[in-house]
Ligand binder design. Sequence first.
Ligand SMILES: O=C(O)CCC(=O)C(=O)O
Length: 250
Amino acid sequence: MDLNTQFDQQGYVFPLDIFSEAQIHACRRAFDELEQEFGKEHTQKGIMAKEQEYAFIWKLATDKRLLDAVASVYGNDLVLAGTHFFCKYPVAELGTAYVAWHQDVTYWNLDPPQAISAWIAIDDVDEENGAMLFVPGSHRHGILEHGKSDQHGNLLSINQALDEGLFNPTEAVTVNLKAGQVSLHDGMLIHGSHPNHSSRRRCGMTVRFIRPDVRIVPKDNQVFTQNAVLVRGKDQFHFQHRTPAPTFDH
Ligand SMILES: O=C(O)CCC(=O)C(=O)O
């Protein structure tokens, strides 16, 4: 099955070999410094939208091979809408942190509600350290109503969560990735992740892309992104302000 058919049918593709060992090693060192700068608690809560400030984040998010992969399943016109490190430390070190079942586009206020996420493994990721879980084909059932999680430690911004009665969580597949590998998932795919029960960190950086024909509609004074940058192709819609790509001196 080719990448496009697989993405269309399942709502995701993985693992994609995108970054070499040397490249991801250098990025991990840069992320370790970021972790030191922000502290582990803040890092676990989430480091978001720093791609305009840190060259290594911008380079990861706009790497040609990453954009080629995203373009192959989502089309050639791509707006980078944001980045977000999901970093979970061992439960024994920093307590329970998990990502409740959810669909991304339900809380981003996009019209139409379409987006794609590329999740780049910074560390090796497996079942033990709380890899993501994808529910195959769940992007095809439209948007489901989200409630609130009643369990402590949900890393999602407004504590949203899908009730497990609305889908079949036993169908979920574990997104095992080696550092440097990438998964892509549709913004409507049901996904989440369990706490990290290993003794290793589990860090990934997710990169959000939308098409230029998708409007970002601010709601309750919340904007999905301040920095929407066209990173591939053309924008003939000009629906919202586009931030220029950053330039880094080094
Ligand atoms: O990293 C995780 O466990 C969840 C990430 C996620 O929800 C996403 O990238 O959309």
